[in-house]
Design a protein around this ligand. Structure first.
Ligand SMILES: *[C@@H]1O[C@H](CO)[C@@H](O)[C@H](O)[C@H]1NC(C)=O
Length: 397
């Protein structure tokens, strides 16, 4: 991760009017298709619990090692992801997108970069007809300082995405089975909606951040996806075009300072608002563990940001090569960065410095957001409010 860039105008060149219009159209589209999850469904969204333990957690612990591209550690972590999906989520397809590049830190050697693409499409749909909610984090780490772990950057976000995938799988399978049975699947009347997870390699610079020394995996993938064409009669031209929203998680799971995630892009502010509403509802229902300090109440405080205040300031990260090709981006990265970012204040970005409660909260928020997007409310487990005992309800009266 990344440096802050201020640009004179909004990143993809388009007039404010067309951006507003697009946002409006998306909003209308969203309102038509979108049913909010009920309180009982939000209560039923599972916590990752001990799977996020930093020493023994089945999801998180194996990622908390240095993961420099091209090293055995990097392969080990790739296998952790692959084994998880193969054994627990066999319906998700796996593709490894390979590329190589020289870097300013590694001389003439071609360093290999492997992006993992985990995908779940409706079973009846042709690949070119599916619009995909795309959840993204990078798994590589800085090569210096030696031994850098990158717990917030981005081990915890990777674990969050694994948890989200497994938490929606049963409902997704049930929904699609019901649709197939009712003859609603593959009628061509409705948009085919899928979901994919990109675990990207080579986000970090080897020497110092620049357009050529950073984002190795993301740049190669965006370029390849732009020219990988689906058959001519498909709804979408390319895997790039089939991305409905690119949700990038980075630097999440820290306690200090309290994470404040701005809304960076007017074009996707509606999606930000959707996620912020989920966070607020989950906090009000007491489903989240992180405790905001005085003066703060949420991770996502920008829902009311006026359109005029979207000035085109954003943070360079894995979304850049996709955004440059017109993909809609929701960037979940705090500003300012966490204190442990890149070990720049002497605080290591390791497991011990994570706020596991916050990591678990992100897992729930992202799961709920994905479930709402995929319209799984009917198929998810419901947890009614816990009954209070007679004494406590009496005191309240
Ligand atoms: C990428 O490399 C891996 C081995 O590291 C291989 O298994 C996989 O098939 C390759 N993917 C493609 C699309 O060639």
């Amino acid at each position: 991760m990344a440096c802050i860039t201020r640009t004179p105008g909004p990143p993809p060149s388009s007039s404010l009017l067309s951006r507003l219009l697009l946002a409006f159209l998306l909003l209308v589209d969203l309102a038509a298709a979108y049913a909010e999850l009920s309180d009982d469904v939000l209560r039923g969204i599972p916590s990752a619990g001990s799977d996020f333990d930093i020493k023994t957690g089945a999801l998180l612990a194996p990622i908390l090692i240095p993961r420099v591209p091209g090293t055995d550690n990097s392969l080990f972590v790739q296998h952790h992801f692959i084994d998880f999906f193969k054994s627990q989520l066999p319906e998700w397809t796996l593709e490894i997108h390979n590329s190589t590049s020289k870097t300013p830190g590694t001389g003439d050697r071609e360093v290999p970069f492997a992006n993992l693409i985990l995908r779940r499409d409706p079973p009846w749909a042709a690949p070119g007809d599916v619009s995909r909610l795309t959840l993204v984090a990078h798994y590589d780490t800085l090569s210096k300082p030696e031994g850098f772990i990158g717990a917030t950057d981005s081990a915890a976000p990777c674990a969050v995405l694994m948890h989200a995938a497994r938490s929606i799988e049963d409902a997704l399978a049930k929904k699609w089975a019901a649709m197939a049975e009712n003859g609603e699947g593959g009628t061509g009347l409705e948009e085919e909606k899928g979901v994919q997870i990109l675990l990207l390699d080579g986000e970090e610079a080897f020497v110092s951040w620049s357009s050529t020394d950073s984002l190795y995996g993301a740049r190669a993938l965006a370029k390849d996806w732009e020219t990988q064409f689906y058959p001519a009669a498909s709804t979408f031209k390319s895997p790039l075009q089939s991305i409905s929203l690119f949700v990038l998680l980075d630097l999440l799971g820290a306690r200090n300072p309290w994470p404040r995630i701005p809304s960076y892009f007017l074009t996707t502010h509606w999606a930000y608002q959707g996620m912020a509403k989920i966070e607020k509802r989950m906090r009000d229902l007491k489903l989240l563990q992180s405790v905001p300090p005085r003066g703060r109440s949420v991770f996502l405080p920008d829902s009311k940001k006026p359109a005029a205040n979207f000035g085109g300031s954003y943070i360079e990260d894995d979304h850049i090569p996709f955004m440059a090709r017109g993909v809609n981006i929701l960037h979940l990265i705090p500003s300012p960065f966490p204190d442990q970012w890149h070990h720049s204040q002497g605080i290591p970005d390791d497991g011990e410095h994570l706020d596991i409660g916050a990591v678990d909260d992100w897992a729930k928020i992202v799961t709920a957001f994905t479930a709402e997007w995929m319209e799984l409310g009917e198929y998810l487990p419901k947890a009614p409010p816990e009954k209070r005992d007679a004494t406590s309800s009496k005191t309240e009266l």
